[in-house]
Design a protein around this ligand. Structure first.
Ligand SMILES: NC(=O)c1ccc[n+]([C@@H]2O[C@H](COP(=O)([O-])OP(=O)(O)OC[C@H]3O[C@@H](n4cnc5c(N)ncnc54)[C@H](OP(=O)(O)O)[C@@H]3O)[C@@H](O)[C@H]2O)c1
Length: 249
């Protein structure tokens, strides 16, 4: 894959799938903007990328905070003068449990980070991308948004909302030369997944029992699907599922 001269902004770029993507895009020649709440974690990864000969900058940003996202846009343009590819990757799942036990505060938190932030960031960047002839937005969903499981109601709902939003963005921004797609991963090793495996008895067995491919994927396995969506030229508005066959069953 060759992303030379492309600027890629990855929210939640410091850990998990975001880390794999930050490294992967940098190795493929892109200039990478690594954004997450903790600047130190972003800087540490940026140092690794630079040591390997890549180009990257670290910017602190909280996707649940509108002012922080405005700063992210401004600082990204100060760093590289453009953004060609936005990966709306930062996401949380802090509200596991029965719907009757969940609270309005948990609902607001989940929507602010998983849905409002990705909408806002992409919406601020799209007109700027258009000024440079277009671009590409990839929204990270989850199989939970496509095949919603019990006790993950808010997570599933925020991801399903982003699937709808992806289709709306694709329609509104195609005339501006911007393709918008979604990627729905199944179960990949990351802090999010490994935390759930450690905290919830039977989580791993439960996930594997629902997959055709009986293993949890490595974070680097996200690169082929993300590179496909970032590089091809005639696909927009789709959700690409990479889930070991979970949604087939
Ligand atoms: N791993 C999987 O199996 C899997 C499956 C389906 C979908 N996904 C989706 O893939 C994306 C990445 O998941 P992951 O498993 O890699 O997660 P992860 O290991 O928990 O990493 C999350 C990343 O997002 C950042 N982050 C968290 N909250 C943030 C916020 N409010 N603002 C900005 N950055 C924030 C974290 O850094 P800081 O702490 O520094 O902010 C970190 O870099 C998420 O959207 C998730 O829903 C993952």
């Amino acid at each position: 894959m060759d992303f030379n001269d492309k600027v890629v902004l990855i929210t939640g770029g410091s850990r998990g799938l975001g880390r794999a993507m930050s490294r992967g895009f940098a190795e493929a020649g892109a200039k990478v903007i690594v954004a997450s709440r903790k600047l130190e974690a972003c800087e540490s990864l940026v140092n690794e990328i630079r040591a390997a000969g890549g180009e990257a900058v670290a910017i602190a940003a909280h996707t649940g905070d509108i002012e922080s996202l405005d700063h992210l846009v401004e600082a990204s343009y100060q760093a590289f003068g453009r953004v060609d590819i936005l990966v709306n990757n930062a996401g949380i799942n802090v509200a596991m449990g029965a719907l009757s036990d969940l609270t309005p505060a948990q609902y607001d938190k989940m929507y602010e980070v998983n849905q409002r932030g990705p909408w806002y960031l992409a919406s601020r960047l799209a007109p700027k991308m258009a000024e440079h002839g277009g671009g590409c937005v990839i929204n990270m969903l989850s199989v939970a948004g496509v095949k919603p499981p019990a006790y993950m109601g808010f997570y599933a709902a925020t991801k399903a909302a982003m699937q709808a939003m992806t289709k709306v963005m694709a329609q509104e921004w195609a005339p501006m030369g911007i393709r918008v797609n979604a990627l729905a991963p199944g179960t990949y090793h990351s802090d999010l997944t490994d935390g759930a495996i450690a905290a919830i008895p039977g989580f791993e067995e439960g996930a594997l029992s629902q997959q055709l491919i009986k293993r949890i994927a490595e974070p680097e396995e996200i690169l082929n699907p993300i590179f496909y969506l970032a590089s091809e030229s005639f696909t927009t508005g789709i959700t690409l599922v990479a889930d070991g066959g979970m949604t087939t069953l």
